[in-house]
Design a protein around this ligand. Structure first.
Ligand code: 5MM
Length: 352
């Protein structure tokens, strides 16, 4: 049995964060096609190989979350992805949910599935090198949403997943993501985030889950994507930490933020501002798009552009690592607004 607290400590090592490269086949295929790359298993593998073989990745990345497909694929030189990551000194994570599906009786809301057979799957993943796992619930803000029913159903699933992870010696990343989609205010995002986190921890505590062996992956508190409200890093940081302090027990092992479709520079600036405020938990990033979008745009499936893609990923990782250690200086708000390009994949959240 692995040491769960040791895994948490490795994941949360100073200046390091988690790379979420666990897009489902459907999401990854849409991303590749958007970049002009054919959506084949081979290209999905080549793209992930480009990411995980980035020179020096382990300086700013403690763990990489893989999807089941990537977990079982091999790099061109022969090793599996978990083997390659282990050789690079990086922990392997595995996304074990099977996606968010419409929640019966609650139109417009979803519940994440994947509990059936999870004990056996986790045991196999652990035997093949997985040290941590991820399960993502999606919480929608809309009229009457999030409903109590959706919050409870998702919290319950997250809790049963976490219990099974611990049984298998795997650290669970628990991700109740309040989506940025919509015109809602930052205040509504804060309220929904508190509700989602309270529901999640009520379940985890009722089931006696060992909280110092859990990593929470929350959204930052930001205005909806289509809202006219503007929030600078300091406001985002204050609202995000206030929210977390209201709902998240101090024993939780760590907080690893998702980027949620924010432009990469904004996500980094917000992370840097969050890190400047006192928090009872270690704090880091577990970004997907905010780390990999520039790399995918630079690579575009061209073998000769692997180095360019890796350079782009390396720059994002270095910036976010600096955000964690105080080496990142916040650009002026005006500059951040100029960087505020729309999400290159606006259907990201809705398509999942
Ligand atoms: C990398 O994307 C993850 C998997 O998404 P799908 O299974 O829906 O394809 C996703 O869960 C991701 O880890 C989180 O959304 C955080 O990523 P961002 O891009 O929001 O930081």
């Amino acid at each position: 049995m692995t040491d769960l607290n040791g895994t948490v400590a490795e994941l949360m090592a100073r200046g390091k964060g988690i790379l979420a490269a666990d897009e489902s086949i459907a999401t990854m295929s849409a991303r590749l096609e958007g970049a002009g790359v054919a959506a084949t298993a081979q290209n999905r593998c080549a793209y992930r190989e480009m990411l995980v073989t980035t020179p020096g990745l382990s300086q700013g990345v403690s763990g990489v979350i893989l999807s089941d497909e990537t977990f079982r694929q091999r790099l061109a030189a022969g090793p599996t992805f978990p083997e390659a990551l282990a050789s690079a000194g990086i922990l392997t994570g595995i996304k074990v949910d099977t996606g968010a599906k419409p929640l019966a009786g609650q139109p417009g809301e979803k519940v994440t599935e994947g509990l059936d057979g999870l004990r056996e799957r986790l045991s196999e993943y652990a035997s093949l090198g997985a040290r941590f796992a991820k399960w993502r619930a999606v919480i929608v803000i809309a009229d009457g949403c999030p409903s109590r029913q959706a919050l409870r159903a998702n919290a319950h699933a997250l809790c049963r997943y976490a219990a099974l992870c611990h049984e298998a010696g795997i650290v669970p990343i628990v991700e109740p993501e309040v989506l940025m989609d919509g015109q809602h205010s930052m205040d509504l995002c804060a309220k929904a985030s508190i509700a989602a986190q309270l529901a999640t921890f009520a379940e985890l505590q009722e089931f006696g889950i060992q909280l110092d062996a859990v990593v929470l992956k929350p959204n930052m508190v930001v205005p909806g994507k289509d809202s006219a409200e503007v929030a600078g890093p300091e406001e985002v940081a204050k609202a995000t930490l206030e929210t977390l302090c209201m709902a998240v027990p101090e024993e939780v092992g760590g907080i690893a933020f998702l980027s949620g479709g924010q432009p990469p520079a904004k996500a980094t600036a917000n992370l840097a501002a969050i890190r400047c405020l006192p928090a009872p938990w270690p704090v880091t990033f577990s970004f997907g798009r905010a780390l990999v979008d520039p790399a995918l745009a630079a690579w575009r499936g061209v073998p000769a552009k692997v180095t360019a893609g890796q350079r782009a990923l390396g720059q994002q990782v270095a910036a976010n690592s600096a955000a964690l250690t105080g080496g990142f200086s916040l650009p002026a708000d005006a500059m951040l607004m100029a960087l505020d390009d729309p999400d290159p994949d606006p259907d990201h959240a809705r398509s999942r």
